[in-house]
Design a protein around this ligand. Structure first.
Ligand code: BGC
Length: 265
């Protein structure tokens, strides 16, 4: 129980890697804020899993009928600020921010629309920027240290044809982290990237359902399997804990060796 007494917000935690992270942080004793944009049933599922761990948990609800509205679309800065404010109002503080929400769209570069570009950059980069800013403002105002973990991708380094906007957002996230490690160090705030490879989640459902593409991908993974959300969550739990107190400004890959497995056909 490395995170007892800590409060963590995990964006985009109604499914996939985000859900795995929430459950793991709760198992480590943290109170957790679950955020979702369009899958309330997924958020309920995450909540149920957290409750099974015995932790307290607050689900950021958008339903007016329940008397709560928290803007939780990470592509919208006003909603971001409201999400942070409501999290703090409920639990009294935040200690850990996991910027997990992200999206990708497949298209050749010459066909990418402005709307798709904006959707990707607004969530994956602008959203991370302003969520982190609101979190840091809270830490500075309350004179406390804190931990920021960004869920990046092997594609902050590795080319991914037909996903240029996604790669640009993750490359931007790499430098955001390097820069903020310096700027926030004197406040005792650490920031690191976790860079997953091919993890079995809804984001790559098309690939998972295409046997040919899947076996080509598996040939590139030295460990010979796709990752699971728990593989990512255990690294996040470490980075969120005091065990990682001297770790900042770095990227940690959790990819079964994919990034470094050059294969000449
Ligand atoms: C992407 C997946 C992809 C994986 C490995 C991730 O960042 O979201 O779609 O399968 O990288 O290329």
């Amino acid at each position: 129980m490395r995170l007892e007494g800590k409060v963590a917000l995990v964006t985009g935690s109604s499914q996939g890697i985000g859900q795995g992270i929430v459950v793991r942080l709760a198992q480590e004793g943290a109170d957790v804020v679950i955020n979702y944009r369009s899958h309330p049933e997924g958020a309920e599922e995450t909540l149920a899993k957290v409750q099974a761990t015995g932790g307290r948990c607050y689900m950021a609800q958008r339903s007016k009928s329940q008397g709560y509205t928290i803007q939780a679309d990470l592509g919208n800065v006003n909603e971001i600020r409201q999400l942070i404010a409501e999290s703090i109002a409920y639990f009294g503080k935040l200690d850990i921010l996991v910027n997990n929400a992200g999206l990708e769209k497949h298209a050749p570069f010459w066909e990418v629309t402005e709307a798709d570009y904006d959707a990707i950059m607004n969530v994956n980069l602008k959203g991370v920027f302003f969520t982190t800013q609101a979190f840091v403002q809270h830490l500075i105002a309350t004179q406390r240290s804190g931990k920021i973990i960004n869920i990046s991708s092997v594609h902050e380094e590795l080319s991914f044809p037909n996903f240029t906007a996604y790669c640009a957002s993750k490359g931007g996230m790499k430098m955001l982290t390097r820069n903020l490690a310096v700027e926030l160090g004197s406040f005792g705030i650490t920031i690191n990237n976790v860079a997953p490879g091919a993890i079995e989640t809804p984001i790559n459902i098309k690939l998972l359902n295409d046997p040919q593409k899947l076996s080509a991908l598996l040939r590139n993974i030295p460990l010979g399997r796709l990752g699971q959300p728990q593989d990512v969550a255990s690294l996040v739990a470490f980075l969120a804990s005091s065990d990682a107190g001297y770790v900042t400004g770095s990227t940690f890959f959790v990819d079964g060796g994919l990034l470094w497995n050059y294969q000449e056909q």
